[in-house]
Structure formats: structure tokens, C-alpha cells
Design a protein around this ligand. Structure first.
Ligand SMILES: [Zn+2]
Length: 401
């Protein structure tokens, strides 16, 4: 078949393809059968990618995952706990929480504690984990502390044989963040911010190449915003009560600056205060931190929805790495020996997620289901075969009515 190509665009004898020969580093007249075969493969690849692009049926292009370390479902769904809210051992000033957070009706109480969750997210999204209705979310791992919880959430399955401590050991498992960062569409568009200084190991920063700003890490780079410069300075001056976890305002504002200025496609944001205040036995600070985080969620969602880059094409998922105990003593703690510490919750809102509101039907979901679900939202197949199945309701393939 005669070629009709001219000029720089060199063609082969194949009537279906028209590829410049410089792609193969060979002059036109040296095309061999092997090169024709390569061209065919390339064409098939381009064709299949085009088919894939056309077959994406979800609207989600960007994703933000937020975690609140160790915040119990009991507070999320019932507000301040009557057992703890005015216990003088847990609250520095007796009575100090009652005005802001107490009401005899738990539905009013929870809206005082989480006004944005119950006023907006529960109206426009989905809220799972209210065990009073039998809507159960649990961790798949049986260890019920942070690293196993985050590993499960981020990788798609529990790994109780290898992830058995909170030590700063690089995660042998790949997270969904790392899988995405390996894909051309998301490369260098994945960022993580956390309060706890173990996140660079959980996300395996050195292997994954994902920048993780956590612990007391400052913002780095040659073009820092004025806000980032101020945060860097204040972070040195305001140390907070803990060695390995910074106060949440730093994590929040570093992440918000990145969202506004760098526009990552995939953002992981891990608040840490709630767990540490609980370990310290400070129910007053635990509640105030939870309430502040609700305001942060409002700011994150408001920022996403105000920006044409993100608006109506971003899914926000909010969850927790583990639960805690329920008694006056065990609420401070969690772990395999604390009953109920594997009970968690999840909130989802986004363009592919029907507004089912608070889920009041019986069901069982697991933290491990998130990774595959996130890939599905982005129109991708999760590459780890052992990961838990997707969370169908978030994807609108609802089993619930
Ligand atoms: Zn934790």
C-alpha cells in the first residue's frame, strides 16, 4: 500500500497507523518486521488507554482522606459521654464542658460537638458506624493501635504478622498512596500531612517518594508562602505537650496551604491530638480537639468546593485508625486487650457518593475496604489482589435503601 505521508511525519506500510519513525530511533527505510510489530503494540496500547479513558464512569478526579487518631464512634454519634463529661478526674475545671457540649438529648449533643459533620456531611454524604443501629465498622486487624490501623487503611488489608508495633520501621506494604504515585496520572501529585512522626515510615516515604510532612517537620522548598514561613517559626516556638506528635493546627494549616498553592490530586491529612489527649486522661481537651477538628473539616471541604480545580470532582473520606475503651479507665486506652477498641467509623462525601446520610441499617464494613474503594472512585483497579473488597455504597452501588 502506497504511503501518503509527507515531511517529518514518516509512515510505515501499515495502513492503520501513522507514527513518526524517530520514536524508534531509526530512519524510515530501515523499518523491519520487528519495528512494525512494535508499532502495532504501541497502537494497541494507545487504543486501550483511550478506551479506558472513555470507560471511566466515576466523577471523582481528586481525593482527600482525613483521619482523626483514636476518636471514638461513641462521641461521633452520641456527643459528650455522660460518664466522662463532668468527671472531675478527667476535666480540669468541673462543669466547664457543660455549656458548650452537654444536652440531655444525644442528637443535640453530637451536633454541638460536630456541627459540620451533622449539619452538612450527614446531609450530603454518608456516615457509618452507629452501632446503636447495627451499622458496624471495624478494623480487620486485631491489634487495635495506630500503625496496624493506618497500615490497614492505607494498604487495603491487615498485616498482623508483620505490623505489630508503632516502631519507626519502614512499611513493607505498599499503600494506595504509593500505588497512585507510581501511576503517570498521579505522579508527584500525592501529598501527606500528619501530626505523628511515624507517618514517614507508614507511608514509606523513602521508597514511595511521597512527601510526608509530619511530626515537627517544617515546610521545605524555595518558594514557601508567607503562611508557611510563619508556621515554620511558630512550630519551633510552640512545642505542645508531646514528643512525637505536634498540635493539630500545624498539620492542618500546612495541609491547607498545600491544597491552595500546590493543588495535590491526592491528599492524606492525619490529625493526631484526640488520641494523645485521651491517653493523657484529659476528656476536656479530647472534646475540644474533636470540636476543633470538625471546624477544620468544614474549612477543608469549603476550600475544595470553592476551587474550580476540585469542586464537584473531589471525594472526601474521614475515618479513624482504631477505637478506644468505654469505662472511666479504658476510654483512655486501646489495643488488643481493650474491649471495643477495634470499633471505628467512616464518613464519605463526594460526587459519586449518594447522600444516604447516617446509615441506620445493619451492616458490616471494614477499614481495609477503603483502598480498593478509593481506586474505584478514581476509575482504577486496585493492584493488590489481597486487599479487601470495595465499599459499594460509597460508589453508589448501594445495597442499602
Ligand atoms: Zn492511634
Amino acid at each position: 500500500m502506497a504511503s501518503s505521508c509527507k515531511g517529518l511525519l514518516q509512515c510505515t506500510e501499515n495502513p492503520y497507523i501513522s507514527i513518526p519513525s524517530f520514536l524508534f530511533g531509526l530512519p524510515t527505510n530501515e523499518f523491519s518486521t520487528m519495528n512494525s510489530f512494535k508499532l502495532l503494540l504501541l497502537t494497541l496500547l494507545l487504543f486501550s488507554q483511550n478506551l479506558f479513558a472513555q470507560s471511566k464512569t466515576t466523577k471523582t478526579e481528586h481525593l482527600v482522606l482525613v483521619t482523626l487518631d483514636g476518636l471514638r464512634w461513641q462521641e461521633l454519634f452520641g456527643g459528650a459521654d455522660s460518664l466522662l463529661v463532668d468527671d472531675t478526674g478527667m476535666v480540669e475545671k468541673p462543669g466547664s464542658l457543660l455549656g458548650d457540649f452537654w444536652h440531655s438529648d444525644p442528637l443535640v449533643r453530637r451536633a454541638k460537638l460536630f456541627p459540620f459533620v451533622w449539619g452538612t456531611l450527614a446531609q450530603q454524604g454518608q456516615v457509618y458506624g452507629n452501632r446503636y443501629y447495627g451499622a458496624k465498622v471495624d478494623t480487620q486487624n486485631k491489634l487495635w493501635f495506630s500503625y496496624p490501623g493506618y497500615n490497614e487503611l492505607l494498604s487495603g488489608s491487615a498485616d498482623d504478622s508483620r505490623i505489630r508495633s508503632n516502631d519507626k520501621v519502614p512499611n513493607p506494604n505498599k499503600t494506595f498512596l504509593e500505588y497512585l504515585n507510581e501511576m503517570p496520572a498521579y505522579r508527584n501529585k500525592v501529598m501527606a500531612f500528619g501530626g505523628w512522626d511515624v507517618f514517614p515510615f507508614i507511608i514509606n516515604e523513602s521508597r514511595s517518594g511521597i512527601p510526608v510532612n509530619s511530626g515537627f517537620t517544617p515546610a521545605i522548598g524555595t518558594a514557601l508562602s508567607e503562611t508557611e514561613k510563619l508556621l515554620n517559626r511558630l512550630q519551633k516556638e510552640i512545642r505542645g505537650p508531646w514528643e512525637s506528635v505536634r498540635l493539630d493546627p500545624f498539620t492542618h494549616h500546612y495541609a491547607l496551604e498545600a491544597l491552595r498553592n500546590q493543588k495535590p490530586s491526592i491528599l492524606y491529612l492525619a490529625y493526631g491530638e484526640t488520641d494523645d489527649w485521651a491517653h493523657d486522661g484529659r476528656y476536656d481537651e479530647y472534646l475540644k480537639s474533636a470540636n476543633q477538628t470538625d471546624a477544620y473539616l468544614k474549612e477543608i471541604w469549603g476550600t475544595l468546593q470553592a476551587d474550580p480545580h476540585y469542586r464537584d470532582k473531589t471525594t472526601l473520606l474521614i475515618t479513624v485508625d482504631h477505637g478506644r475503651g468505654t469505662s472511666k479507665e479504658s476510654w483512655k486506652s486501646h489495643g488488643a486487650d481493650v474491649a471495643g477498641a477495634g470499633q471505628v467509623w467512616l464518613i464519605a462525601i463526594g460526587p459519586d457518593t449518594p447522600p444516604l446520610g447516617e446509615i441506620k441499617q445493619e451492616g458490616q464494613w471494614h477499614s481495609a475496604m477503603l483502598s480498593r474503594t478509593i481506586f474505584r472512585l478514581l476509575g482504577q483497579d486496585y493492584p493488590d489482589g489481597k486487599a479487601a473488597p470495595e465499599w459499594k455504597e460509597i460508589l453508589g452501588q448501594t445495597r442499602l435503601k
